[in-house]
Design a protein around this ligand. Structure first.
Ligand SMILES: Cc1cc2nc3c(=O)[nH]c(=O)nc-3n(C[C@H](O)[C@H](O)[C@H](O)COP(=O)(O)OP(=O)(O)OC[C@H]3O[C@@H](n4cnc5c(N)ncnc54)[C@H](O)[C@@H]3O)c2cc1C
Length: 477
């Protein structure tokens, strides 16, 4: 049976309280996409539970009544994962935002899934700890979203991605059953279902809580910003730094278009002949951080750096990070719409990969800026355009496909950290052979046999997904 919005609102309000249910045209519009705004589909209703028991009741009701549901954190995802593809109920973790336990002697903390990433680190900063995964969206993106996407960030080059920092989760599966997955101490026996949940993009259930690892803050941090005359000089320097045996805490690259946008929006003067910058951080004991950053500076100089700045204090460090932190926000200066793509290649292939990115943008009549985790080989071409111009949306989709095909050709992956969502649903099968894909489908079906949990994401297994694809892109009503 098809449920009307009013019927769903009444049903949800009877399970929780009326003020936890959002409905109406403004709500449908606000929740029809995440930060990947190319594809859109509205929910009927949004519900905001406050604890695991409420999540279980909501999901059990959806399962019993055949209503699709989509977990949603802050909606900063970049592949359409939180878009309610077949409508139904969006289960928002906005009110699941409590830190539940801090346990410094065991270097761990328990928090609800809707807690913003940065709030985790702020809660333990006085004790000298932080939560290491640091996506650039960390001020708003949630622990649950980070787990679902296995998020990375500038410092994951040295500290690892989210999966290295989660000990256990509480998961409500598609039937509304509550599971405790993982172990609060390292080395739990049995199948490693925790690894399966991390990175599953909300398709295997909704995570309500997690125990996370706490990482001690480094004693000292040294930050360097180097400008280069060509992007090739910069990308080749990345490979030389890595080959030298140093593991920087962060090794980020920004190209000229990003610098131009940041300068226009916030003021960030840079040498006029600069085509790219590397932002490199080394940390640890003072003598190690000093020695490593000195060596990094030498390598940059040898490979053509025009100017090198090293921060002397926290204020200068913030200034060197300014363009990296404000880059996405500044992109609005260049065009009304941006789409950030995500792919991975071995870092030594960056020079030819970036050449290809610029070629693709020129051929398809799109602007492109690059700001990415160069040390991980995790590129993020940011295509900018005006979506009101005919053919631009199709061009940006084609650009994404061509970038990913090149990543695969160079021995890389279809996604580094933004996930598959709906954006790359056709691309996953290009990375895996049919038997490996079949195993992934079987795993998903083991958790989600009725296809109600975040349908049409990662693997197009739900009824109606294929025919709905045109509708998401606004091509059909
Ligand atoms: C400016 C900007 C910078 C970014 N920088 C980075 C970066 O450096 N590194 C990086 O990895 N990503 C980055 N991202 C992408 C995005 O922020 C991350 O993927 C983030 O983890 C998403 O968190 P969220 O709370 O916004 O999740 P949402 O966008 O709400 O959801 C993302 C996916 O997770 C699922 N989900 C959400 N919560 C739960 C839950 N509790 N249980 C189960 N499934 C759930 C959703 O169904 C969806 O599939 C960036 C995005 C932006 C806009």
């Amino acid at each position: 049976m098809a449920w009307t919005e009013e019927e769903l609102r009444e049903a949800m309000a009877s399970l929780v309280t009326p003020d936890q249910v959002l409905a109406g045209s403004a709500v449908r519009r606000a929740y029809d996409c995440d930060a990947y705004s190319i594809d859109r589909s509205s929910p009927s209703i949004v519900v905001m539970p406050t604890n695991t028991a409420e999540v279980a009741v909501i999901i059990r009701w959806c399962n019993n009544h055949g209503v699709p549901f989509t977990p949603r954190g802050a909606g900063t995802g970049l592949s359409g994962g939180a878009m309610p593809a077949l409508g139904g109920v969006v289960v928002s973790t906005k009110r699941l935002n409590q830190i539940l336990e801090i346990d410094p002697p065991n270097r761990r903390m328990r928090a609800q899934a809707g807690t913003p990433n940065l709030k985790l680190s702020q809660a333990v900063a006085a004790g000298g700890f932080h939560f290491a995964p640091d996506p650039s969206s960390q001020a708003v993106s949630t622990l649950g979203g980070n787990i679902a996407e296995n998020s990375g960030g500038p410092h994951t080059l040295k500290y690892g991605v989210t999966t290295q920092h989660i000990l256990s989760v509480t998961l409500v599966d598609e039937t509304g059953t509550i599971h405790e997955i993982g172990s609060d101490v390292p080395g739990g026996p049995g199948y490693d279902t925790l690894s399966l949940i991390i990175g599953s993009e909300g398709t295997l259930g909704l995570v309500t809580e997690a125990w996370v690892r706490l990482t001690p803050n480094p004693e000292e941090i040294r930050t360097l910003l180097a400008s280069f005359r060509t992007t090739r000089d910069a990308t080749e320097t990345v490979a030389h730094v890595l080959a030298d045996g140093i593991v920087p805490a962060a090794l980020e690259m920004l190209d000229r278009q990003i610098l131009v946008a940041v300068d226009a929006a916030f003021g960030f003067p840079f040498p006029s002949e600069t085509e790219a910058m590397l932002l490199i951080e080394c940390d640890g004991a003072p003598e190690i951080a000093d020695a490593e950053i000195k060596r990094v500076a030498e390598i940059c100089r040898t490979h053509g750096a025009l100017k090198i700045s090293i921060a002397e204090d926290l204020t200068q460090r913030a200034e060197l990070w300014k363009a990296r932190k404000k880059g996405i926000g500044a992109m609005g200066r260049l065009a009304p719409t941006i789409v950030t793509h995500d792919g991975v290649i071995p870092p030594s292939r960056l020079p030819e990969m970036l050449d290809e990115v610029y070629r693709i943008a020129t051929e398809l009549g799109l602007g492109v800026a690059n700001m990415f985790h160069a040390g991980d080989g995790n590129l993020h071409p940011i295509f900018y355009f005006d979506e009101r111009q005919p053919g631009k949306v199709e061009a940006v989709v084609e650009a994404g496909d061509r970038v990913i095909e090149k990543c695969l050709e160079l021995g890389g992956s279809v996604s580094g950290e933004h996930g598959i969502g709906v954006e790359k649903i056709d691309l996953l099968a290009k990375m895996f052979d049919p038997d490996s894909m079949a195993l992934q489908v079987a795993l998903r079906n083991a958790f989600s046999s009725s296809s109600l949990c975040n349908p049409c994401k990662v693997i197009p297994h739900g009824k109606g997904c294929v025919e709905h694809m045109r509708r998401w892109r606004g091509a059909a009503s």
